[in-house]
Write a new protein. Structure first.
Length: 221
């Protein structure tokens, strides 16, 4: 049997949080954009939410980090996207920053959370997660950020989890089915959507644990 490459080896796991997700720390992310194409459309808002774990191994929303971004040079912005999100890129009240300044702040907060939890890397949690991951990876490439704390392709998708747990794949409907409040007037802000996604993710993970699905029963070889 061939030896595993370093990338395939299971990381050393020390903390309860690291044990829960094989050394990964879930970080909930939401992005608001100028369209659907990560390569050409503007990234306008980013929010990242960290989690905490209590002594019983249950997880909860912790801190929220958010930034408003200036559209990168030459980026495309669809009016339909602005109509959907309600974002005015020209508004002076946005307090927007260029990607090259804002993203390192978000990534720095994520790396700090990963280290504090005793984990080895962040894994992105989002609603329709590959959309958010694609925009974040594209922005990191534009800014030539070498230390992207997120796994480059693995992610947890609350659209899938919501469909499994509650039969709903739309965030607002999944939250309603789970008995959570959801404000349609506050939705489509990156911070609000990320926090609601975090609450939904925690609820599903904790429910699975309370049903006896975690920790896994140890079996003898």
């Amino acid at each position: 049997m061939a030896a595993m490459s370093p990338a395939e080896e299971t990381p050393e796991i020390k903390t309860p949080f690291a044990k829960r997700f094989r050394g990964f720390l879930p970080i909930i992310v939401d992005v608001e954009t100028g369209g659907f194409n990560a390569a050409t459309d503007a990234l306008l808002e980013v929010a990242a939410v960290t989690l905490r774990m209590d002594d019983d191994g249950l997880i909860y929303r912790d801190k929220t980090f958010e930034c408003h971004l200036d559209p990168f040079e030459g980026s495309n912005i669809e009016q339909s996207a602005l109509d959907f999100t309600g974002i005015d890129p020209e508004s002076p009240d946005r307090d927007a920053q260029p990607e090259m300044y804002a993203l390192p702040e978000i990534f720095g907060a994520v790396r700090k959370a990963v280290k504090a939890a005793g984990c080895t890397r962040a894994v992105m949690v989002a609603h329709n997660a590959h959309f958010d991951l694609g925009f974040m990876n594209a922005a990191a490439d534009r800014c030539q950020i070498k230390r992207n704390p997120f796994h480059p392709f693995s992610c947890f998708d609350t659209a899938t989890l919501g469909g499994l747990a509650y039969g709903q794949t739309v965030l607002a409907k999944a939250c309603a089915a789970a008995g959570m409040d959801f404000s349609n007037t506050e939705a489509h802000s990156a911070a609000y959507d990320a926090e609601k996604t975090a609450d939904l993710f925690c609820l599903i993970v904790n429910k699975w644990q309370n049903m006896g699905g975690w920790p896994l029963a140890e079996t003898e070889d």
